[in-house]
Design a protein around this ligand. Structure first.
Ligand SMILES: [Fe+2]
Length: 386
């Protein structure tokens, strides 16, 4: 009896009998967002509210701690963590791990902490601003089928890609905290996203549901926008945010959208970015847009509106932008638009289906493109040389 009592005391001291020790855990992530030459954002969640931070280890083994600090307060008493780290060295490998302390009770003058947890070490590298190589994968329209997503990512050899672009409609709509995780983020984490980033290009379905206005917490960006330009070495990626397909006054949007105004805002932005030094000095220009540039629907069809509106706004700009490749989705049917056939567009466009994946390998003056379907059939390969 005495031995049992002392064992109980020992277990209590080591925390083994604590229920919360077993339940407090990292729930989702970590995954990388907005990786640049000198910065990165870590996103992860915990099962209960706490204070969390990132430990970063450099090449020399020096460890620094990083919190999400806003207006002097470390973000705390939260389960959702978004931690941005800046002033890193370019083209440098780092290790990182998550640390979290549960906050059991948060009174104005007394904070009671629960259990502490620490993750394994993960690794990532900042981009090399001088690199002439970039391998990326682009797919879209998974509509929450995470098994299919995993299959297509593996088919395109995600382990050897630098970055993945999700070109819209990865979900049907967003009305629940777990939908983005279950749809595609958890799968991304298990396959690559702990050490290489993905970029979410919104489709029309990402704008739907009563939580759509909070969606950017999952894909945080320093400027808070979904659209933007993103440069990796010699490649400039342009991310468009197409909005809804039907007109803003269509009954189903209930007067809650202004995508016509938003698309005009983006055209204004695009007209400036293509004149920027950052854009002009990049050898390759790749555009990601959920909407294909041309709609095959008949004139007057409500679902034609968004695509046509974008074409009207962007076509004069596309001609100045020297675009090498556009990747789209939306139609749920694979198509390749060649610049010869679609002369008015003037650059190749891959329209992925719900079953296809594009893999692009850029090396110096050569860009190799391959599109495969879910069964591994090659739908398209071509090489562009400059
Ligand atoms: Fe779509």
């Amino acid at each position: 009896m005495k031995r049992i009592a002392s064992l109980f005391i020992l277990l209590s001291l080591t925390g083994w009998t604590s229920t919360s020790a077993q339940t407090y855990r990292f729930d989702h992530g970590p995954y990388l967002q907005e990786l640049t030459n000198t910065g990165v954002t870590f996103v992860f969640t915990t099962s209960e509210k706490g204070i969390s931070w990132i430990e970063l280890k450099d090449n020399n083994g020096k460890i620094t701690s990083h919190y999400d600090v806003k207006n002097g307060l470390r973000n705390a008493y939260t389960t959702f963590n978004t931690i941005r780290v800046e002033e890193l060295l370019p083209n440098t490998r780092y290790q990182y791990r998550m640390i979290s302390k549960q906050i059991a009770d948060f009174q104005p003058y007394k904070v009671t902490f629960g259990d502490s947890i620490t993750s394994q070490w993960y690794e990532f590298s900042t981009w090399d601003p001088k690199t002439e190589r970039c391998s990326f994968i682009a797919l879209s329209d998974m509509h929450q089928d995470h098994d299919k997503l995993a299959q297509l990512l593996n088919l395109a050899d995600v382990q050897s890609a630098d970055i993945v672009f999700y070109v819209g409609d990865m979900m049907n709509y967003y009305d629940n905290e777990t939908v983005p995780f279950q749809s595609f983020i958890d799968t991304s984490v298990s396959l690559f996203a702990t050490e290489r980033p993905f970029v979410l290009v919104r489709g029309n379905h990402e704008t739907r549901g009563n939580k759509a206005r909070e969606y950017n917490r999952y894909v945080p960006k320093s400027d808070g926008k979904y659209y933007g330009a993103y440069r990796i070495g010699d490649v400039m990626f342009v991310i468009m945010d197409c909005g809804e397909d039907k007109p803003d006054d269509f009954w189903v949007y209930a007067g809650l959208t202004d995508f016509d105004g938003y698309r005009k805002e983006q055209a204004e932005w695009f007209s400036k970015i293509i004149q920027s030094k950052e854009y002009k000095t990049a050898r390759w220009h790749i555009v990601m847009n959920h909407f294909p540039p041309i709609s095959h629907l008949e004139e007057g069809h409500p679902e034609r509106h968004g695509v046509q509106h974008m074409l009207d706004l962007f076509l004069p700009l596309y001609r100045q932008a020297k675009i090498d490749l556009m990747i789209s989705g939306h139609n749920h049917k694979y198509e390749f638009m060649s610049p010869e056939e679609f002369e008015e567009i003037g650059f190749p466009v891959i329209i992925n289906s719900t079953e296809s994946v594009a893999r692009v390998d850029i090396d110096g003056k050569k860009m190799k493109v391959k599109v495969e379907d879910r069964s591994g059939n090659t739908l398209k390969t071509f090489t562009v040389e400059k």
